[in-house]
Design a protein around this ligand. Structure first.
Ligand code: FAD
Ligand code: 2HG
Ligand code: ZN
Length: 478
């Protein structure tokens, strides 16, 4: 391969090679994966991304796309070979336009999610994708992972918020699919193929996103419960009475709450007493705040009457509502503060959540009595982060040694309940082999065919999402 200085001349933007500059791009935020790379390439425009990709394609140099590097599955970290370049989209961060009649916004892939929310807000619109990493993750990363977050219950996942994409293909061509259309049946749905492909099929350089009306009022409650079964009963009750007002329904265990209260400065318990489980419920919409609060209060009272709800607090002010959300959004960081983490991102049909938890908890207790569960998630979407931390005093390496067996145990139960091993964080390298173990041969063959069709040289994020295809003897010889 020709020297990297050669690459410098083909695109405008930054080329980082100094180890002090490249280091932050070579490790994920949890410190689980660290790799090496020839350079970190930060182009200034789509044309420059295309030029860099062509340079790589001509030389068979692997490309690892990276946005905010907040991913959970190791998808944005290069492997240890040092062959790849990291293609950082950080400098492609312009809002290209906003159309308040079409309710859409065109943004470049490196735009930070929060910047997109703010741009929508300035135009009196709402961009509802919302997650704790929103101050650092990018739209390109959100779409590449098909991120979820806390607004999915009403607004859907990243895919549901995307109308069109601009893509640099594996051979360095630009596909302008920036269509702001609600309906488009003119052929195979390429946009949806790239969304969720974790950088393995093409580079997302820009997107047309859907905007929504800005909610005029919100009511937020923190609710104590005995069990996840009660949470599901309450969800059913809320849905029957106020489906259109419901915008979030998030579950967390007492362990999660104590972790946040202990590790997050200023975090306080929302309720006077403690309980095994909690849900954070948000109502929002165009009605006035008083009637939203009254509806929320009425449904919580009904829950108290029937014994589903043990205790509840409705936020009295915006800052109290924000404090409730800070607890929910602080769990990942608080879990990180007590050592290594083993994380799951499972989803099952909502009706199977109770059975999944009963079986998984029992199976874990049999194999690892006393294991430290950190369970929380988007229960309204059937998606749980069935996570674990070391028990106090447990050595990090001994804890991580459980990971493969624990994952297999949980994933088998998930699949038995018709679920998925990744609802929102993607496969990356973390779940790639488990997905291969659990998916049918037909599904895997189709996935490999798609990969081969769009990236025949196998240079886009190789080894992520699906294993690198075996080269045939003939190919190898040629
Ligand atoms: P990166 O981490 O940089 O990359 C992620 C993947 O996308 C990699 O495979 C990478 O190669 C690929 N990629 C990145 N940009 C591009 C591009 N332009 N073109 C092609 N491929 C690209 N996720 C959720 O779904 N829901 C949550 O609630 C949630 N909460 C989180 C909370 C915290 C505190 C943190 C740290 C993370 C959370 N995440 C959550 C995970 C993560 O933030 C999201 O998955 C986010 O979408 C990743 O965006 P990113 O820009 O950081 O992508
Ligand atoms: C969330 O729901 C994120 O807060 C992070 O998806 C989950 O840390 C995790 O496991
Ligand atoms: Zn989540």
């Amino acid at each position: 391969v020709t020297g990297i200085s050669d690459l410098r001349s083909v695109f405008a933007g930054k080329l980082l090679t100094d180890p002090a500059d490249t280091a932050p791009f070579l490790t994920d935020w949890r410190g689980l994966w660290t790799g090496r790379a020839r350079a970190v390439v930060q182009p200034d425009s789509t044309a420059d991304v295309a030029a860099a990709v062509r340079w790589c394609a001509e030389r068979r140099v692997p490309i690892v796309p990276q946005g905010g590097n907040t991913g959970m599955s190791g998808g944005a970290t290069p492997d240890g070979s040092g062959d790849a370049i990291v293609l950082s989209l950080a400098r492609l961060n312009r809002v290209r336009g906003i159309d308040t009649v079409n309710d859409s916004i065109i943004v470049e892939a490196g735009c930070i999610l929060q910047a997109v929310q703010d741009a929508a807000d300035r135009a009196d619109r709402y961009f509802p994708l919302s997650l704790a990493a929103e101050g650092s993750c990018t739209i390109g990363g959100n779409l590449a992972c098909n991120a979820g977050g806390t607004g999915v219950l009403r607004y859907g996942v990243a895919r549901d918020l995307c109308l069109g994409l601009e893509i640099v293909t594996a051979d360095g061509e630009i596909w302008d699919g920036l269509r702001g259309l609600r309906k488009d049946n003119s052929g195979y749905d390429l946009r949806n193929l790239f969304i969720g492909s974790e950088g393995t099929l093409g580079i997302i350089t820009a997107a047309v996103l859907k905007l929504h009306p800005r909610p005029l009022a919100r009511a937020t409650a923190f609710v104590a419960l005995q069990s996840p079964a009660s949470a599901l009963e309450l969800l059913g009750l809320v849905r029957r009475r106020h489906q259109s007002a419901l915008s979030a329904f998030e579950l967390l265990s007492e362990t999660c709450l104590s972790l946040v209260v202990e590790h997050q400065p200023g975090a306080r318990r929302p309720l006077g007493s403690s309980a095994p489980w909690y849900v954070l419920i948000e109502f929002s919409g165009s009605s006035d705040e008083e009637s939203l609060r009254a509806d929320l209060e009425a449904v919580l009272m009904a829950g108290l009457d029937t014994g589903i709800v043990l205790d509840a607090a409705i936020a009295e002010s915006l800052s109290q509502a924000a404090a409730f959300w800070t607890i929910r959004e602080g769990i990942s960081e608080a879990q990180g503060a007590i050592g290594k983490t083993i994380k799951h991102d499972i989803a099952v049909p909502i009706s199977a959540i109770g059975r999944f938890l009963d079986q998984a908890d029992a199976a874990v207790a049999r194999r690892w009595p006393g294991a430290r569960h950190v369970t929380f998630g988007h229960v309204g979407d059937g998606n749980l982060h069935y996570n674990f931390s070391p028990v106090p005093g447990q050595d990090g390496a001994a804890f991580m040694a459980m990971q493969d067996d624990l994952n297999a145990l949980i994933h088998d139960i998930v699949v038995a309940h018709g679920g998925t091993i990744s609802a929102e964080h993607g496969l990356g390298v973390l779940r790639r082999d488990e997905a291969a173990r659990l998916k049918s041969p037909v599904e895997l063959r189709l996935q490999h065919k798609i990969k081969h069709a769009l990236d025949p040289l196998g240079i886009l994020n190789p080894g992520k999402l699906i294993a690198v295809a075996q080269r045939s003897a003939t190919e190898g010889a040629s």
